[in-house]
Ligand binder design. Structure first.
Ligand code: NAD
Ligand code: IPM
Ligand code: MN
Length: 359
């Protein structure tokens, strides 16, 4: 966290599929938000994922990581796609390494149903009206990084192993982030685990309760992940801050996209360690729509509003972007995932136009 620097050095990693499309839209909005703010913008672009593999590089090339580590903030589009699924190196490995090496252990994913957009939800409007859930997903531990991991044997005797491991320290630090965020909201935290089966979850629950006792101003509830997955769809307005481990958080935040009705609307910010914060839309490279100019850029644009708040300490500019997004959506300037016919750049232009009109 920096306090209003005069210049933002942003490392941009557009990646694959719709990644570059939504990234360009988000950068236009960032430039517009910073115009007349007194904060200069210095953007450098670097390969990651499949785009790096295509150049004969690693999924996270060393110069890309160096640029990210030295920047004030990092913006990533998306990585991956069927083209690289059978290769020896996976694009996704680049993103996982980036998160881990930046020390980005806390992944903050807000899921809001914007007023007037309830009709696009997969659920009934009266169920989702006012839903506003803040997921805090542990991002650098659990099954994603546990060792041993790998395969052995040959058909018909093939075997594979993943390992879920959590230390007390890993649980404490992400719970602390959740409670800190809850203090500025409705002070209700739900910790999601599978403590009826998994040893890591039993440790998670025990440690979460201990951290909770240090935050008597907040209410802590524990919920099993299977039951939470259902409750989220039945009564999403019951929840405020939800904290959970890496794999559950991955799955539950895609599920939560059913609330607004599209993954294309969800932003995310990851940080907590020494490195700069990493901002991304929650969605992937969307190979089914890539190259057609119709990806919804609003998740990426809302990630810019998180950047303005978290890396620049400018909640006023973050709120201006959110208002411009709400206005754009309210005007029914919508991409096909929300039932509209607007292109990625038309949506971005509307958001930029609304920001410019405020100045
Ligand atoms: P996906 O998120 O790319 O797409 C899921 C569905 O949502 C698709 O129907 C897609 O068209 C739609 N969608 C996604 N983003 C959208 C947008 N901005 N506007 C409109 N519709 C949108 O998930 P997937 O298809 O399972 O994965 C594709 C690839 O992306 C895989 O290689 C996966 O590993 C990767 N992935 C990367 C990230 C990331 O880089 N952060 C996240 C998730 C998946
Ligand atoms: C996400 C993605 C990634 C994850 C993949 C691409 C490694 O699904 O950001 O949610 O599983 O964390
Ligand atoms: Mn995911």
């Amino acid at each position: 966290m920096t306090s209003s620097p005069r210049r933002l050095r942003l490392a941009v990693l557009p990646g694959d599929g719709v990644g570059p499309e939504v990234t360009e839209a988000a950068l236009q909005v960032l430039a517009s938000a910073l115009a007349e703010s007194g904060i200069g913008l210095e953007v450098t672009r670097h390969p990651i994922g499949g785009a790096a593999l295509d150049q004969g590089l690693d999924p996270l090339p060393a110069p890309t990581f160096k640029a990210a580590r030295e920047a004030d903030a990092v913006f990533l589009g998306a990585v991956g796609g069927p083209r690289w699924d059978s290769g020896p190196a996976r694009p996704e490995a680049g993103l996982l390494q980036l998160r881990r090496q930046l020390g980005a252990f806390a992944n903050v994913r807000p899921v809001r149903v914007l007023e007037g957009l309830e009709e696009f939800s997969a659920l009934r409007p009266e169920v989702v009206r006012g839903a506003d859930v803040l997921f805090v997903r542990e991002l650098t531990g659990g099954a994603y990084f546990g060792r041993p991991q790998g395969r052995a044997g040959a058909a018909p005797g093939r075997r594979a192993v993943d390992t879920t491991e959590y230390s007390e320290a890993e649980i404490v630090r992400v719970l602390e982030v959740a409670f800190r965020l809850a203090r500025e909201r409705s002070r209700r935290v739900v910790s999601v685990d599978k403590a009826n089966v998994l040893a890591t979850s039993r440790l998670w629950r025990e440690v979460a309760s201990e951290v909770g006792r240090r935050h008597p101003e907040c209410e802590l509830e524990h919920c099993l992940v299977d039951s939470f997955a259902l409750r989220l769809l039945l009564r999403p307005t019951d929840f405020d801050v939800v904290v959970t481990e890496n794999l559950f958080g991955d799955i539950l935040t895609d599920e939560a996209a059913a609330l607004p009705g599209t993954l294309g609307l969800l932003p995310s910010a990851s940080g907590g360690g020494e490195g700069p914060w990493l901002f991304e839309p929650v969605h992937g490279s969307a190979p089914d729509i890539a190259g057609r100019g119709i990806a919804n850029p609003l998740g990426a644009i809302l990630a810019i509003s998180m950047l303005l708040r978290l890396s620049l300490d400018r909640p006023d500019l973050g709120a201006a972007v959110e208002d411009a997004v709400a206005g754009t959506v309210g005007d029914r300037c919508l991409t096909p995932d929300l039932g509209g016919r607007a292109t990625t750049s038309e949506v971005a232009e509307q958001v930029v136009g609304r920001l410019a009109a405020r100045r």
